[in-house]
Design a protein around this ligand. Structure first.
Ligand code: ADP
Ligand code: GN1
Ligand code: MG
Length: 359
């Protein structure tokens, strides 16, 4: 946890009534930012943006401000609740900016979306609901001027570039870990020909470039605690032009896995067909009409590719000494990589039968 006195000092710079020393507690299970629930009245969420991941953190928050302002207009036009269906950034008291800079760090404050929670696991019904929320999110962003967004992490979902980053990590091997993970390295390298499929489709125009979320894992969706409805897709740091195939694949990489992302008993790690079917149903109901033939055809493959990409990223981070994703114990990233590769191995022979779900 960050120094609470620093967090308090940051908090006092936002335009919020902080009352009498509200408790500040770590919140959520994200792998990137420092996230704290602040028990102001009403409650807020304070985040320290991860500078190792986002070299220009203020640009990240500016993107989020643009996206949420646009979404709020669309939500209001649809008769929805703009304060509930997307994030609300609280400006800094003196500057009016959506962030506070202190000692080289960048912080933002959002309103806690009340009576809502993210989930680490989901049944088919919840996944179908999440898919509809995702579809709505993409449709609402259809007219958003993509050139207004900074590319905060260049080539974020470029699986070929991710494989190149793995090769570079192996070559530099700063912690001497590469030789102990040769099986995992071989697993990734032997799938090199898969890595370019979506990026090549984007480059040729066969796959449309859209404004996408780029981090649609289940715990970035919020569900209403009472009704179970899925109400919002949050964690908007990576909203950038991309392919919806990566979003579809990422949602299922996590939401259709039989076990958590870091489960080490790989005998119980596989994709649940009923979860894939439910998310796909919600997704096609919501967006099916706007998919191209090629996008539809690549839906099952994108689950595999996104899972492979994530495994490659975890493996790369393990080799580099755990410098990107937050870890809870030594070897955590390697456990995650093995888990993702087990999922890839599970889905590969099943791709033809999964295609039936997308027809
Ligand atoms: P990270 O980039 O580290 O994943 P997130 O922005 O996803 O950070 O926040 C981490 C978690 O905190 C989310 O998964 C969600 O559970 C919770 N969270 C973040 N912001 C809010 C909010 N405004 N309202 C409710 N929950 C939130
Ligand atoms: C990170 O921020 P979070 O925890 O929602 C990562 C995603 C990975 C995911 C793997 C900005 O997501 O790309 O798929 O971990 N976010 C960033 O769990 O790198
Ligand atoms: Mg998150």
């Amino acid at each position: 946890m960050d120094d609470p006195s620093v967090l308090r000092s940051v908090l006092s710079r936002f335009s919020v009534d902080i009352g009498d020393r509200p408790p500040i507690v770590p919140f959520g299970r994200g792998h990137i930012n420092g996230t704290y629930l602040v028990k102001t009245d009403p409650p807020t969420v304070l985040q320290k943006i991860n500078r190792a991941v986002f070299p220009e953190p203020a640009r990240v928050v500016e993107n989020v401000a643009r996206v949420t302002a646009y979404l709020k207009e669309k939500i209001a036009l649809d008769g929805g609740d703009p304060d509930r269906e997307t994030l609300t950034l609280i400006p800094a008291r003196e500057t009016g900016l959506p962030y506070v800079l202190l000692d080289g760090e960048c912080y933002r404050l959002t309103r806690l979306i009340p009576d809502a929670a993210s989930r680490e696991t989901a049944d088919p019904d919840a996944l179908c609901r999440a898919a509809k929320t995702f579809g709505l999110f993409l449709r609402r962003l259809e007219g958003f001027p993509a050139d207004a967004l900074r590319e905060v992490i260049p080539r974020f979902h470029d699986t070929r570039a991710r494989l190149e980053q793995l090769k570079t990590a192996i070559a530099s091997d700063p912690c001497g870990r590469a030789s102990s993970v040769s099986r995992e390295i071989d697993f990734a390298l032997s799938r090199e020909s898969d890595c370019g499929v979506i990026v090549d489709g984007l480059a040729s125009g066969e796959i449309p470039l859209r404004v996408t979320h780029n981090d649609t894992k289940l715990n970035n969706f919020l569900f209403d605690r009472n009704s179970g409805e899925c109400i919002a897709l949050i964690d908007l740091d990576t909203v950038m032009p991309g392919s919806l195939l990566y979003d579809y694949g990422d949602a299922l990489r996590f939401g259709a896995a039989s076990a958590s992302e870091d489960e080490t008993d790989l005998s119980g790690v596989f994709f649940r067909r009923e979860n894939i079917a439910a998310f796909t149903r919600g997704f096609l109901d919501s967006l099916g009409g706007s998919l191209t033939e090629r996008e539809r055809e690549l839906l099952p493959f994108s689950i595999k590719l996104m899972t492979l990409e994530c495994g490659i990223r975890f493996l790369t981070d393990h080799i580099l000494g755990d410098v990107y994703f937050k870890t809870d114990y030594p070897g955590h990233n390697l456990a995650r990589a093995r888990n993702q590769f087990a999922l890839v191995a599970d889905i590969e022979p099943r791709l033809p039968t999964l295609s039936l779900l997308t027809e």
